[in-house]
Design a protein around this ligand. Sequence first.
Ligand SMILES: Nc1ncnc2c1ncn2[C@@H]1O[C@H](COP(=O)(O)OP(=O)(O)OP(=O)(O)O)[C@@H](O)[C@H]1O
Length: 603
Amino acid sequence: MSYRLSALSRTLRAAAARGHDATPAPVRRVLARPAAHSAALLVTATALLALWGPLSYNGYVLQLVCLYAVATLGLNITTGYAGALSLGQGASFAIGAYVTAVLVVSHGWPIWAALPVAALAGLAAGALAGFPAGRLGAIGLAMMSLGLMLVVNDMLIQFQSVTGGNNGLAGIDARLWFGGEPVSTPWVVAIVIVVVASVSYWLHARYRTSRLGRATVAVRDEPIGASALGVSGYLTKVVAFAAGSALGALSGGLFSFLSAYISPDAFSSNLSILFLVMVVLGGSGSRLGPVVGAVLLVLIPLRLDAYPHLNNLLYGALLIVLMRLRPRGLFSRTAAPAPQALRDLAATPEVEVPERAPGEPILKVTDLRRSFGGVDALGGVSMELRRGEIVGLIGPNGSGKTTLLNVVSGHYPPTAGRITLHGTDLGGLGAAAVAKRGVSRTFQTPKTFPGMSIEEHLALPAVHGERDEAMRDACRRGALTLLELGGLDPHDPAAGTRESRVMSHGQLRFLEAAMALGTCPEVLLLDEPAAGLSAAEIEGFERVVSDVAAAGVAVVIVEHHLDMISRLVDRVVVLDLGTVLWEGEPGDLHSVDSVRAAYMGVA
Ligand SMILES: Nc1ncnc2c1ncn2[C@@H]1O[C@H](COP(=O)(O)OP(=O)(O)OP(=O)(O)O)[C@@H](O)[C@H]1O
């Protein structure tokens, strides 16, 4: 037997070394599905309940684990997916518990009506808290959410006429109809708890793979890069707060039914900390982690009750050891699949590239200024950009090139001056809003999302507004070529599931540019795209830029490679000390004395 086991483990290790496990692919795909986990949770919990009975001690603990898991899954959306450290999940739990208790005890509501209302109350409270919280940093957010927990706890005591004050509310029985008799069997509550836990797991996993979930994770990983693709960091955080709080409140509602009696003692700030520890220990941002965290942190203290004098010490020491061994929690975050993005991209038809012919002006910058303290990074820049035109923006270090891109793309507000796209003012709009109007960009250091797969990156950008078919296809074809240049085969699903954290700098550059083209921009701003690329890669990149410009995309390219500028652009703008020093055709660049002096150091 031991020989067989070691042979099996050798086979598994060898398979792992080859990059896959021994489980057949279709079985692996089914096992990876959230619905499979959800069904397994439902079947296992129901079987255990049948074995132990819902009124037994074990049955009670199982129901407690399941309902706590609902709260931790919610907190995982807020803290794990959105990266917003919240100490307020206990407040949502309390709100849900009390809304349920009041509806049931004072108004005779049935369980199926009280629980959704509790979840809605949590959703509303989460959204209200999310509006100010969405703008706070990690520490501010933790403080605010903790404050919320304390306020809610105090309100439970103060609003005595509704909440029963310190005495709490008793008689929280499950009914099937409004004003009906309480059901006599504990199975109704037990089954509702198990089903809600299982469905919550599925919803929480679907959230991660949805467009909203992808946007949420992108904002967590790289908020500036996400905003350049039109994703509003603020809104994704508010929604994550609301969704997480709704599950927290639903969990509180289940707790009311399980306990049949609640009082403010059960909702101290320790509860929020417990939920957070469950999520962190299980693996914040992972799919299964919050459930495992709930299981462990309910069971471990119960086991330690056998050592009454040592239980706190052992509990604390165990947490320290576990976090030391697995600092990111027991389960790791994994990228979510988005195979459709690759399939769509790979199916883009071949496009015929027309002659490049710049058209009418679309972007206009007038007397644009931007200062940082006493430094005038832009001291009154005016320029126009035509449809289908490629403009090279060059100048010495510190001349304001990146600042100009940052201001035009909405990452910095201008100090003065105007930016218009098709005559509409862009000044004052945030980066996400500017991106949605058709201005896309790349950064000097590529801004990609380490926790997301390549296919997820490609599923993130969306086209906002009208674009003609040829331009769309040219952008998609360009994105496809960029991926191929980066050695990423869009026809190979295995390549798409790789996380961007393991990619080389050059690959990240191509991936970022492919995402920028994924928005099918009217204006594409490229900040030193050739840095770190080989001559062959630069040549391929130039071809893509030239092709999308021929389809009508207007391109501004900041670059120190003057050879590339001379080959590629229609017009060069030279910046010096935040102002336009010279503007003209690339062929004339070397013959202008002022440019030679400022940029090339030639007197
Ligand atoms: N966020 C900021 N805070 C303070 N000063 C800034 C900021 N961004 C830019 N600057 C300053 O503005 C000036 C222009 O910087 P910018 O990065 O736009 O130049 P650049 O032409 O892009 O330079 P490089 O070629 O080195 O990238 C510099 O003096 C820089 O120090």
